[in-house]
Design a binder for this molecule. Structure first.
Ligand code: AMX
Length: 473
C-alpha cells in the first residue's frame, strides 16, 4: 500500500522509529545529499552486519593458477555498490542501464541528456533524485568550486610538453593540502566519523575538477586565456565547457552524456580498483583519486581514447580520408602483425558492444550523421570485429567506450587528443569517489591479498611431488 508523506511522518513521530524518520526526510524536497547519506549508511551498516553474520562463510568461487597469472580475471574479490557490469548487457548504475538513466535522471532546462549530478546522487543513495535535488547539488558544487593559488600557479608552471594526465594527477595530489580527512585523522577523529570527512573531501574535489581540467586545457591550448571561475548559475558540465572556452550548447549536452557514461564501471577496473586500494590505507580522497588517475592514464585503460584517434589519423595518412574496406583490413592486420592492439576494441569483462559506445553512436547519428570521421568509425565497427575474431585469442572483438568518444569531441572542435583522458578522469571521479565514501562508511579494512612465489605455487599444485619436473634450469 503506498504511504502518503503525511501518514509516514505521523507514524514516524508517534513511534520514534529512525528508519521511518529517514524515509520521511528522504522524500522532502529540500533534503540534502548528506542527510540522505546519514540515514542510508546506518541502515546499510546494519544490513551488512546481519548478512555477514548469517552468510559470512558462503564461498563465491575458487581461484585457479591461471587466474593468478591472468590479471586476476574472474576472481570474485571486491564489493562495489555503485554499479555492476554484466558481460552481455553492460553497465548498470544502481540497477539502471544507460538508456534507463537517460530516461529517468533529470536533464537540464532545454536539454535531454542526464545531468551527471543526478547520476552521482543515484550512485551514492540508490535513489533517482528529483530535479530539485539535482539543482541543489549543482549549486553546492558551484559553491565549493574554487582552486587554491598554489594549484593554479603550479599548473601555469608545468612544462607544455608534460602530458595533460600527469598535470591532472599532480594537481589533484596538490589539492590534498586542504584535505579535511587528513586534518581530522591527524587530530584523532573516531573511525565512525571517517566517512563524513571523506564525503567533505570528495564533494570539494568533484567541485574543483572542472577548474583543474579546464586550467590545464587553457594553459596548453588557449595561451592561458578564458573563463577561470565557476558560474553559480550553471550546472557542473556547463561550467566545465564554459571554462574550456566552448559555447556551443550541443557540446555541453554531449559533455553531460559523456560525464555520465564514463563515471563508473564497477570496482575491478584499474582506476576504480586503484582509488579503492589506496583509499584503504586511509590515504585521503585526493591522494586516492590521483593514484586512480595515474592508472587511467595507461593506454590499455583510459588513454585508449587518445590512442584511437592517433591510430585513426595514421590510417587516414596512409590511406586517404575515405579508405576502402580492403585498405582498412590491411591496416588492421598491419597493426596486429606489428604486435600492437587495435585501440578501442576489446574488454576484460564485456563480451558485446559496449553500451557506452552505442549511446555515443546514437548521439552521433542524431547530431553529426554526415561527419566523415563518424563514417570512418562506423566503417571500422564493421571491419574490426571479424578480424579480431579471426585472430582467435581475443575474447571480445567488439568496440568499447573509447572507440567513439574522440569522434564526438573532434566534431565540436576539441582536436587535442592528448587531452581526452582528462575528461574521462573528471567523469570517473563520480563513481570512484562515491564508492570511496561507502568504503569508509562501511569501515572496509586495508586491502591486502596474499601473494605467492611461482616456486610455492608449484609445490602446492603438485603436492610437492612433481615440483622438481618444473624446476628452473
Ligand atoms: N587488439 C589486439 N589484440 C587484442 C585486443 C585488441 N583490441 N584485445 C585483446 N587482445 C589480445 C590481448 O592482447 C591478448 O593477447 P596475448 O594473449 O597475446 O597477450 C588476447 O587478445 C586476450 O586478451 P583478452 O582476454 O581478450 O583481453 P584482456 O582482458 O586481457 O584485455 C583490454 C582487455 C581492454 C586491455 C584489451 O582488449 C585491449 O588491449 N584493448 C585495446 C585497448 C583498449 O581499447 N583499452 C580500453 C578498454 C576500455 C577502458 O578501460 N577504457
Amino acid at each position: 500500500m503506498p504511504f502518503s508523506l503525511r501518514s509516514v511522518r505521523r507514524l514516524a513521530v508517534a513511534q520514534n522509529v529512525q528508519v521511518l524518520k529517514c524515509a520521511v526526510r528522504a522524500m522532502a524536497s529540500d533534503v540534502t545529499l548528506l542527510e540522505v547519506m546519514e540515514c542510508k549508511i546506518s541502515e546499510e551498516q546494519e544490513r551488512i552486519k546481519k548478512f555477514r553474520k548469517e552468510h559470512g562463510e558462503f564461498k563465491m568461487g575458487e581461484v585457479t593458477i591461471n587466474m593468478m597469472y591472468g590479471g586476476m580475471r574472474g576472481i570474485n574479490a571486491l564489493i562495489t555498490e555503485t554499479s555492476v557490469l554484466d558481460p552481455e548487457e553492460g553497465i548498470r548504475f544502481r540497477g539502471l542501464s544507460i538508456p534507463e538513466c537517460q530516461e529517468q535522471l533529470p536533464a537540464a532546462e532545454n536539454g535531454c541528456e542526464p545531468l551527471p549530478e543526478g547520476l552521482f546522487w543515484l550512485m551514492m543513495t540508490g535513489d533517482v533524485p528529483t530535479k530539485g535535488q539535482v539543482q541543489q547539488l549543482s549549486c553546492e558544487w558551484a559553491d565549493r568550486g574554487k582552486l587554491p593559488d598554489h594549484v593554479t600557479k603550479m599548473l601555469k608552471n608545468m612544462p607544455k610538453t608534460l602530458h595533460p594526465m600527469s598535470q591532472f594527477a599532480a594537481a589533484i595530489t596538490a589539492l590534498n593540502h586542504d584535505s579535511k580527512f587528513a586534518k581530522a585523522y591527524s587530530k584523532g577523529v573516531h573511525k565512525t566519523k571517517y566517512w563524513l570527512y571523506c564525503y567533505e573531501d570528495c564533494m570539494d574535489l568533484i567541485a574543483k575538477l572542472p577548474l583543474v581540467a579546464a586550467a590545464i586545457y587553457r594553459n596548453l591550448y588557449r595561451e592561458g586565456k578564458g573563463p577561470d571561475k565557476v558560474d553559480s548559475k550553471l550546472d557542473w558540465s556547463a561550467n566545465l565547457t564554459k571554462m574550456l572556452t566552448y559555447d556551443d550548447p550541443q557540446f555541453t549536452e554531449l559533455m553531460r552524456l559523456y560525464l555520465t557514461i564514463h563515471s563508473d564501471h564497477e570496482g575491478g577496473n584499474v582506476s576504480a580498483h586503484t582509488t579503492h586500494l589506496v583509499g584503504s590505507a586511509l590515504s585521503d580522497p585526493y591522494l586516492s583519486f590521483a593514484a586512480g588517475m595515474l592508472g587511467l592514464a595507461g593506454p590499455l585503460h583510459g588513454l585508449a581514447n587518445q590512442e584511437v584517434l592517433i591510430w585513426v589519423q595514421k590510417l587516414q595518412k596512409e590511406t586517404g580520408k575515405e579508405p576502402s574496406e580492403k585498405q582498412l583490413q590491411d591496416y588492421i592486420w598491419k597493426t596486429l602483425k606489428s604486435g600492437q592492439v587495435v585501440p578501442g576494441y576489446g574488454h576484460a569483462v564485456l563480451r558485446k558492444t559496449d553500451p557506452r559506445y552505442t549511446c555515443q553512436r546514437e548521439f552521433a547519428q542524431k547530431h553529426l550523421p554526415d561527419d566523415p570521421l563518424f563514417k570512418l568509425v562506423s566503417q571500422l565497427y564493421k571491419v574490426v570485429p571479424p578480424i579480431l575474431t579471426e585472430l582467435g585469442k581475443v575474447k571480445n572483438p567488439w568496440p568499447n567506450v573509447d572507440a567513439h568518444s574522440g569522434v564526438l569531441l573532434q566534431y565540436y572542435g576539441m582536436k587535442e587528443m592528448n587531452y581526452y583522458t582528462v575528461l574521462f578522469g573528471v567523469s570517473r571521479a563520480l563513481g570512484v569517489l562515491a564508492s570511496l565514501i561507502w568504503d569508509r562508511a562501511l569501515g572496509l579494512p586495508i586491502e591486502r591479498p596474499k601473494s605467492f612465489s611461482t616456486e610455492a605455487l608449484i609445490k602446492k599444485a603438485t603436492g610437492g611431488k612433481k615440483g622438481k619436473d618444473i624446476k628452473k634450469k
